[in-house]
Write a protein that binds this ligand. Structure first.
Ligand code: F0G
Length: 463
């Protein structure tokens, strides 16, 4: 056995695959696979503080990258094979203005702003790792189904490196303009399917298997290796102190799975003394995980979650022809592919799941924006969820909470403009039909005639 390999996460199966295998689903039982490191044969870092030395080595692209700076914790590729475009230069911001809204004391709420990545979302953390693996495996074409950000990231990596052709599957009319613009501008082959993300996800797996195209959705365990580093950067920004809570939006459940793996590995290596609690936030209109975990009591159960509960839930969705529907289009997903890994993460990290309405999402988004960082609707679900958990008393006012802002504000201008609009028709068309009734934190544009005195009067009145 090599020092790095892939292994099915199901404890009754555990079948392994070589590092360069690109099928990703377990060939014996169909389960998800992990990337596994044999730490007896690889040198694990002695202390997390050692990573700080990398800051002095920023002329080296691998040390500049916020992902590969931590390569000792994802050592699956030789340094000369790594493909980086400078991803992961992101910040953890202490957000006192937003803390008040969430119900936290000043100094206790932090926002991890992944919108600063080259393609504007957290996906670049995972894409650099998947791309590196694809190069190891000799792939020429890469594909994904996407609600927009994975496809934007794939398109950027393909155009920046010219190593692969990007093929993206999107649900018709389902992705926001900012993200569609990226796919088109960066030259990805864009396949619009008459269906939604869940349909596109199914199709892309069939097509990838048939044509031997490298798949970069988060079912690909190498994606998750890259996304672990979001947690390393959070810890680094907190001077290696573990926060009490990490709150993250849940769509395909890749992030929460990656975060869980990051902390499980750090704890097993003795690099952290405790792990944070994880909170996953669904949108009410795409709340499979909330329904199954909080309502249905679905649990990891030692690696044997009750398949009956999951199958029954999906049968119910089909019978009622239920489709995911939320303004937070990034997480408009009813069939999250990483469900079992997410259950494992919540099991080890004392996890909870909540759902928030589109109204709560947009109000939280406006507060985040007014507090200094712009995010897209799905990202604001984390802040809306933290507020809910605070109101319930699940999160204490004195605890330290980190909300992950997964994507940039400019990804979805339509939702933002509608929220702040003075035009009732625009509001109704975009938001009203989704049950959004108020724009409590709207910052409406002021209309004035083209007249100097009127302009000055308006400024005196409103400022
Ligand atoms: N936030 C944003 C901005 C996203 O784009 C996504 C997922 C999520 C949260 C959910 O993350 O899947 O790890 O639970 N977007 C995928 C895409 C599905 O295709 O871009 P997750």
């Amino acid at each position: 056995m090599d020092a790095v390999f892939q292994r099915c996460i199901h404890p009754d199966c555990g079948s392994t695959a070589a590092l360069d295998d690109t099928t990703f689903a377990c060939s014996r039982c169909g389960g998800l696979r992990d990337v596994v490191y044999d730490w007896d044969r690889l040198p694990p870092p002695r202390s997390l503080r050692d990573f700080e030395a990398k800051w002095a080595d920023r002329a080296n692209p691998l040390s500049f990258s916020g992902v590969w700076r931590f390569r000792d914790l994802l050592p699956f590729a030789p340094p000369e094979q790594v493909l980086t475009i400078g991803e992961g230069q992101t910040i953890l911001q202490k957000a006192d203005a937003v803390a008040g809204y969430v119900g936290m004391e000043p100094g206790h709420l932090f926002l991890q702003y992944e919108g600063m990545n080259p393609s504007g979302s957290f996906k670049d953390n995972g894409m650099t790792a998947a791309f590196t693996h694809a190069r190891l495996a000799g792939a020429r074409r890469a594909a994904c189904a996407s609600t927009g950000n994975t496809s934007a990231s794939l398109a950027v990596f393909c155009s920046a490196t010219a190593l692969m052709r990007a093929i993206i599957f999107i649900g018709s009319g389902k992705i926001s303009y900012g993200k569609l613009a990226q796919a088109l501008d960066h030259g990805a082959l864009t396949v619009q399917i008459a269906g939604d993300f869940d349909d596109a996800m199914q199709r892309v797996q069939q097509v990838a298997a048939r044509l031997g195209i490298y798949l970069v959705n988060s079912i690909n365990p190498f994606r998750l290796e890259g996304q672990k580093t979001i947690m390393y950067r959070v810890l680094e920004a907190l001077r290696w102190e573990v926060p009490d809570w990490i709150v993250v939006p849940g769509g395909n459940l890749g992030n929460v799975s990656a975060f869980g793996k990051a902390f499980i590995e750090l704890a097993d290596l003795g690099l952290v003394k405790r792990v944070p609690r994880l909170a996953v936030i669904n949108a009410t209109g795409a709340n499979t995980f909330y329904q199954l975990y909080e309502r249905g009591g679905l649990r990891w159960n030692g690696g044997r979650p009750e398949a009956r509960k999951i199958d029954g839930y999906y049968l119910g969705l089909e019978a009622e022809r239920m489709r995911a529907s939320t303004i937070a289009s990034a997480i408009e997903i009813n069939r999250p592919v990483n469900m079992t890994k997410a259950l494992r993460a919540l099991d080890r990290c004392g996890g909870v799941v909540r759902e928030v309405t589109d109204q709560e999402i947009l109000d939280a988004k406006a507060r985040v924006g007014a507090g200094g960082l712009g995010c897209e609707p799905a990202s604001a679900a984390s802040v809306a969820g933290a507020r809910k958990l605070r109101q319930e008393g699940v999160i204490g006012a004195e605890e330290r909470v980190v909300c992950i802002l997964t994507g940039h504000q400019l990804k979805d201008p339509t939702a933002t403009i509608a929220y702040h609009s003075t035009d009732q028709k625009t509001f109704d068309e975009v938001l009203g039909q989704r049950g959004v009734r108020r724009a409590t934190f709207a910052n409406r544009a002021v209309q004035v005639p083209n007249d100097l005195d009127e302009i000055i009067r308006a400024i005196e009145v409103y400022s």
